[in-house]
Design a protein around this ligand. Sequence first.
Ligand code: HEM
Length: 299
Amino acid sequence: MADAACCPDQIFAARNEPGTVPTTEELDEIREEIKQERGDVCIQIEIEDDPRHGGYVCMTQTRSRPAPPHDCSIAPRQQMNSITHVFDGSVVYGSSQAEQDALRSFEGGQLLTQTVNGRVLPPQDLENCPAADLTAQRCPFRGGDTRINTTPNLMSMHAVAIVHHNKLANRLGLINPHWSDERIFQKPTFHYYEYLPLIIGDDIIRKYKLESYAGFRPEVNPSVLSELAHGAMRFGHSTVGGIFGLVEDSDADTFAFLQPHFFNTSLLYNGGYSQCIRGLLGDRPWVIDRNFPDAVSFT
Ligand code: HEM
């Protein structure tokens, strides 16, 4: 089935003229089609009488890919990670060798970049680029994490990390001219010394000795609990605001609504990098609570 949705009413709406109302039989037919073709991938959530959901009666929900337990025993279904679960900077460096190779220049330990109007930005993802963007040389960005293109602030933060890596690599290369590309590349990995203490507090940082990286310990199982990935760590969604700050070169404060900027690289390609970074310096995360702005809710 071509439709990515799991909800019969949404699939019906996509296939028919706007305003056509499905019969119960038509919905049942699509329901059966979903079951046959997508197995248990769809676990859609029924909605009752909620005007915020534009008349739809169902919310698309797909199941995570299944994974066996580490010992491959018969046990309840677990979920598959698509990025590494270790605190290893995979956001910047990728989660597999192939991803990492596609991000490297293989010279002087550098990560690939592009320069647009004098500003260093993440490289273009030529493989996932609509034809018009390819012609205009405005492809989505390629990063260690596919979410790089979600919002302008995230794109800017990726740019900061890449530029920082390349700066450190440059310095290392100057001090150690005999070092190979590989040796330089592996050195400047950096971690979240500033963000993490703010979230979990200095006491927990001290208790679990997270102040600095003490080296790889093969006996430690670093995998993420489902409860963390699917519940606790998503606290971050409530910290995302519906608007984000932009500070102009003249120091004037402005802001933009988040919604039209999702997966939209135009701000960055049009020289908005500095505005975003200065905006981020002044923006506060929204309060961690049970509420989400419309921009990150299903509407
Ligand atoms: C504009 C900002 C963000 C957007 C649009 C966004 C969107 C999403 C989406 C669509 C998913 C997958 C939902 C699903 O299928 O279950 C997801 C998962 C997740 N998000 Fe976000 N998110 C944002 C920011 C954040 C932040 C700031 C944090 C934490 C600090 C966070 C933590 C997570 C976690 C832990 C998951 C689950 C990952 C997994 O399945 O392993 N997100 N997010």
